[in-house]
Design a protein around this ligand. Structure first.
Ligand code: GUN
Length: 295
C-alpha cells in the first residue's frame, strides 16, 4: 500500500470560479433579458435560509436574475402545486427551484415532479432522473455534477476504481452513482451505496479508492473508515453549536485532522463541494434559459 505523507486539500474554490466565470461570460453575451430563476422556500429552516441566500447572491454575481418566494410551514401541497403551475406558465421564468427539506407532510418528490423539465434547474424531476440513468441529455443534480467537475479539475481518475457513496438520496447519492457508472471518462467506476441499514459500514468504506461521505455525521469518519491513500469527498455539512458570533460552526462528515497524512486527498468543509453545488446551479439555470428559449 502506498505511503501518504501529505494529504492534498481539494479546494472547491478554483473549480467553482472557472465554472462561474464561463457562465458569466455567456450570460453577458446573451441577447434580450438575462436568465431568471425563482427559488421557493418553505418555512425558516436556518440552513435552507442560508443556502437560498447564497444561491441568490451568486446568481446576481453572474448576471442571472433571481427571485425568492417564501411560504409558511403550514402551506398546503395544493397551494404549492398552484404556485409551481403558475411559474411553469410564466415566460419570464426560466428556472424553478424548490429548496429541500420540506416540512411534513409536503412531498418533495410530488412537487418537484410537477416542475416543467425545461425549468427544473435541480434536475430532480422524473424526466431528468430517467434521462440521467439512460445516459441521455439531462439537467444533472448540482451537487453530483459539481463532484464530477471537481474530480475532472484535479484529474482524479474514476475508471475501474472502487467508489463508495455513503448516501442514497435523490439529491446526492443516487445521481452521483449514476454519473460515476456512466460509460465516460469520469465514469466507469465500480459503485457501492451505503445507507442507514448497511451493516459493517467500515468494512465497506475501507475498500474505497474514492469515498464520498454525505450522511450528516460530523467528524465521524476517521482513519478507521478510510483506506490509506484514498480520496475522500466530503459532502456532509452540519451546523455544530459553537461559542462564536454565529453560534455554530460547519463540520463535514470526515475527521479531517485524523485523515491528514492518511488520505491522499480530501475536500475541505466549508470551501469544498458546497461551492460547486451553487456554481453548477448557475450552469443549469443558463441551460434552462436555452431550453426555454428553444421551445
Ligand atoms: N437541499 C440541499 N441540497 C439541495 C439542492 O441541491 N437542491 C434543493 N432544491 N434543495 C437542496
Amino acid at each position: 500500500m502506498c505511503a501518504v505523507h501529505n494529504t492534498q486539500l481539494l479546494s472547491g474554490q478554483p473549480v467553482a470560479q472557472q465554472i462561474l466565470q464561463s457562465v458569466q461570460q455567456e450570460v453577458v453575451a446573451l441577447p434580450g433579458r438575462p436568465p431568471s430563476v425563482v427559488f421557493l422556500r418553505v418555512g425558516e429552516d436556518g440552513a435552507s435560509v442560508s443556502y437560498v441566500q447564497q444561491k441568490s447572491k451568486k446568481a446576481a454575481e453572474v448576471g442571472i436574475h433571481s427571485n425568492v418566494r417564501v411560504f409558511p410551514e403550514t402551506i398546503s401541497e395544493a397551494s404549492l402545486l398552484q404556485e409551481i403551475a403558475r411559474l411553469n406558465d410564466d415566460p419570464s421564468v426560466d428556472g424553478i427551484l424548490l429548496q429541500a427539506p420540506l416540512p411534513k407532510p409536503l412531498s418533495f418528490t410530488n412537487l418537484t415532479n410537477t416542475i416543467r423539465p425545461e425549468k427544473d434547474v435541480d434536475g430532480f424531476c422524473a424526466v431528468h432522473c430517467g434521462r440521467l440513468w439512460q445516459e441521455g441529455d439531462a439537467l444533472v443534480p448540482c451537487t453530483p455534477a459539481g463532484i464530477v467537475e471537481l474530480l475532472k479539475y484535479y484529474r482524479i481518475q474514476t475508471a475501474g476504481e472502487q467508489v463508495v457513496i455513503v448516501n442514497r438520496s435523490s439529491i446526492v447519492g443516487k445521481p452521483l452513482g449514476a454519473l460515476l457508472l456512466q460509460h465516460s471518462e469520469f465514469g466507469n467506476a465500480t459503485v457501492t451505496f451505503c445507507h442507514s441499514h448497511t451493516t459493517s459500514l467500515s468494512s465497506i468504506t475501507q475498500q474505497a479508492d474514492i469515498l464520498v461521505l454525505a450522511c450528516g455525521k460530523p467528524h465521524a469518519f476517521g482513519k478507521n473508515f478510510v483506506k490509506k491513500g484514498a480520496v475522500v469527498i466530503d459532502v456532509g455539512i452540519t451546523r455544530v453549536a459553537a461559542n462564536n458570533e454565529r453560534g455554530y460552526v460547519l463540520q463535514g462528515d470526515a475527521d479531517a485532522e485524523d485523515l491528514m497524512g492518511h488520505a491522499a486527498a480530501l475536500t475541505p468543509v466549508p470551501g469544498g463541494v458546497g461551492l460547486l453545488t451553487v456554481a453548477m446551479l448557475m450552469k443549469n439555470t443558463l441551460r434552462a434559459y436555452h431550453l426555454c428559449h428553444n421551445r
